[in-house]
Design a protein around this ligand. Sequence first.
Ligand SMILES: *Cc1c(COP(=O)(O)O)cnc(C)c1O
Length: 355
Amino acid sequence: MRPIVAHISETALAHNLAQVRRYAPHSRVIAVVKANAYGHGLLNAARGLKETDAFAVLNISEAVALREAGYQHPILLLEGIFSAEEMALVDRYQLDIVVSHHGQLQWLLDYQVNIPVRAYLKLDSGMHRLGFQPADYQDALNQLASSGNVSEIVLMTHFANADVPDGVTQAMATVARVTDAQPYQRSLANSAAVIQQPRTHANWVRPGIMLYGATPIAEKTAASLGLKPVMTLQSGVIGIQEIQAGESVGYGSLFTADTVTRVGIVACGYADGYPRHAPSGTPIAVNGVLTRTLGRVSMDMLAADITHIPDARIGSPVELWGNLVPVDAVAQASGTIGYELLCAVTARVPMHVID
Ligand SMILES: *Cc1c(COP(=O)(O)O)cnc(C)c1O
């Protein structure tokens, strides 16, 4: 067996959920588990997050998987339904839906539900991705409010810039202008807003990335925000080279030694989801000691500098990211964000829930 494995910590998930409640003590929590729980495995993550008040997913199939695993929480379809036919499953599995355009509104109004649905009416507060325009919002709200198919309405928006300090001012002004007179509950905040925009917390917060122990805010580390990494991507050394000054490692000979260098070849590459763009110098840990990658990442392997880790040998454990190496540090070195790396771990990497 190749030594690569992703360990998923249930206690870290529970800890991060508790941190959400500390940041937003007056809100209920919708744990966002879309994208296979940001790459952690939907049902793995759901176990660690079972104390949440609700879940949010993208596809009906994910919602059905949660129901079939026995979860009776409210489950929100974050982009609503994609066709009128999906109303049958919404009704059968008692799912909550986002309504973000007139077509979705009509599909909900036209279907004969057995059990009325909780609908999240989405306002475009300036991100210009999904949602009703402010001028159309009141009319859509009136139609939902007068429909027997709707049990409860939640007013919803999503922020484009909650990760920058003053990033929600304009959007919040739009939310206030359009919804202030309304008696309904509200759901506005993603992870960044949970952490640094307290006035957005409202009735339901929708954290994703922070539950997995990565940072939503580029300037702040996850550890400094009180978050614990949930995934440890670990592998092992499968080869050792000693190269002389002037010799190189890997495709393209991108790293050339300027002194005698001991190189550990690690069983992890871009076909496992490790970013090919990670340059020489990306942090990595061998035998529990922090070091750096060397040269270009290949499909199945990468190289680590073990010159200063004399006890490293074939079989030594390697942490690609986890407690010693924040996924955000690997992401930053590679010009991306922790979200993308976590979601990109590939199916060939075995995943095990620990603790
Ligand atoms: C993905 C998503 C979230 C969670 O965002 P994070 O930045 O991961 O906290 C919240 N709301 C909506 C509508 C989303 O699509």
